[in-house]
Design a protein around this ligand. Structure first.
Ligand code: ATP
Ligand code: MG
Length: 249
């Protein structure tokens, strides 16, 4: 099994708050890793450090066999063409319609407009968003916004997608659609995925492997089978929802 992302002893604090206290984690190529953890446990911070949006205090990150830890901003931009990040809150450009939102990463790459048009139409249809080309983000429902954000992150055919809470705030039907899409991305495009969530149903549907972030460290890491069989009490409490959220921060 080849590793696509390796995190080695990552540490990050904000003032007195130590959010990451030595994260060791591997993301295997072509697999989906789900990172579980309570609200405020540092899941979003971890994803943002992996793509260089938040600088680390210490530790190393290796992506696709390249040590990216000390990269300059221009080199990070290169990394972000391989790894796409779907923000927790969508982060579409509100002043652009759906078509232009999706075309944006392709125009950055100087692709020609005809080719862009074909790709945008195709991606919209994969995500069941036909006919939304000229709508603005403010006219879309929560579920549609998430799908447009997803469309924008897959359109440039990344090797890896990081999803931050892709199903939070969605009704169960839309959440299931998103889960199916995450699986399709892996199966159709062979992408490596990291999904951050506290949705246990989604976890067991999309994951090949599960990691639990707790008190700034990876408290558990294993396959679905290993997760189900594990006697790790913290993991089992989390999965069954037995622990109040405060304990997780
Ligand atoms: N830029 C920042 N400056 C200061 N503190 C921050 C910053 N970003 C995150 N934090 C703090 O780091 C901790 C972890 O935040 P993070 O957003 O990673 O949590 P999370 O696990 O993603 O939570 P949620 O499930 O609610 O999204 C929180 O206490 C948060 O307040
Ligand atoms: Mg978060």
């Amino acid at each position: 099994m080849e590793t696509f992302i390796e995190c080695i002893d990552l540490k990050k604090r904000f003032g007195k708050k130590e959010v990451l206290r030595g994260i060791d984690l591997k993301v295997i190529k072509n697999e989906t890793l789900v990172i579980l953890g309570g609200s405020g446990s540092g899941k979003s911070v971890l994803l943002k450090t992996i793509i260089g949006l938040i600088p680390l205090d210490s530790g190393r990150i290796v992506i696709d066999d390249e040590d990216v830890t000390d990269f300059e901003e221009s080199q990070w931009q290169e990394v972000r063409t391989k790894i796409s990040y779907v923000f927790q809150w969508g982060a579409l450009f509100d002043s652009m319609n759906v078509f232009d939102n999706l075309a944006f990463p392709l125009r950055e790459k100087k692709m020609d407009e005809k080719e862009i048009e074909g790709k945008v139409k195709n991606t919209l249809s994969i995500l069941g968003l036909e006919g939304t080309d000229f709508m603005y983000p403010s006219d879309l429902s929560g579920g549609m916004k998430k799908r447009v954000a997803l469309a924008r992150s897959i359109i440039s055919e990344p090797k890896c997608i990081l999803y931050d809470e892709p199903t939070s705030g969605l009704d169960p039907i839309t959440a299931n659609q998103i889960n199916r899409l995450i699986k399709q991305m892996q199966e159709m495009l062979n992408v490596t995925s990291v999904v951050v969530t506290h949705d246990i149903n989604s976890t067991f549907y999309v994951a090949d492997r599960i990691a639990l972030l707790y008190e700034g460290k990876i408290n558990f890491y294993g396959s679905i089978e290993e997760t189900k069989k594990s006697n790790n009490q913290i993991l089992q409490d989390f999965i069954s929802g037995r622990v109040p959220d405060e304990k997780w921060q």
